[in-house]
Design a protein around this ligand. Sequence first.
Ligand SMILES: [Zn+2]
Length: 112
Amino acid sequence: MVDTATMAKLLERFAQGVAAHDRENPDHNSWGIGMAHFDIERLGLEEGEEILPGIVLQADGGGTGNFRVLCDGQHDGAGEMEDEEVVDAVASEEVGEPVYVDGPAEPIRPPL
Ligand SMILES: [Zn+2]
């Protein structure tokens, strides 16, 4: 689960990716964001949720660490595009998160 600011940043990148796709491919209709299931899980998102207006999050079996703009048009190659190396960048900001452990804290003993 990421914090609200991180999520806002991520959504902004999704919106930019979709906007860039639509600008370059005005005859395509983008309908989703494709992400690896692993990334959806670690970001605390849900597959099938409408993450932006008219844009649904899909687990697409693609690589982790980025997202794809999903559309009804054809692209050279995989049929999807806009690989954005953004998920790792956003998710890695979580590395500094403190880890909480159940149970009483160990008393700190002075060295002998
Ligand atoms: Zn397209």
